[in-house]
Design a protein around this ligand. Sequence first.
Ligand code: MN
Length: 242
Amino acid sequence: MRRYWLALLIVPGLLAIAGLPGVAPERIPAGAAYADTNSNEVKRMPLTLPDLPYPYDALEPFLSAETLHLHHDKHHQAYVNGYNEAEAKLKAAREAGDFAAIRALCDALAFNYSGHLLHSIFWTNMKPGGGGEPSGDLAKQIAADFGSFATFKAEMIAAANSVQGSGWAVLAWQPLGQQLVVLQAEKHQNLAEWGVTPVLVLDVWEHAYYLQYQNRRPDFTKAFFEVVNWDDVAQRLAATQE
Ligand code: MN
């Protein structure tokens, strides 16, 4: 039986990426579909929770093992489950020809898919022994678009610290302007720009830091930059500029 993977573009805005650069093909089932060439039926795998790319205590002392356990195993898993449940309800609605709940379903699909996608990037955006400054093409692009790394870092941290309620700061590639931009996303999907590709994301929901940093979000956003995996960010930018 021959199968081939089809990337799905389901959700708008910053989710307009057909897969995660650097993710091995065997992990693409999270959000991918395949066509069985022996039938006309297109089947889709449910989203699955990716493993952390390092041990839970690997980012100590900047991010505690307890925080990562809760954040990855409970919160990220909840977005995966929430998407799969909403998708099943949407399928049932289609079969019943009853779209009375479509607004709530669209909201649940966008929220949970966005949460899943951003967390999948967030985990690989960090590594033990990370931090410092990027080099190569990423460093040049940051300097071209922000003036300097220090200015970019200050802008990203200011964006993260001032997200109203729960959300993210996102460094994204904007193909129309051929530039890197810093965005805020409230919840996981509000205020996103359509068509950009996030390359560095910073989770500022309280669950990301409250156990360890309580209400001191600025201490957490500063600590994040001590564990950034700039090789991952550079790889994501290069992939989206191809
Ligand atoms: Mn989170």
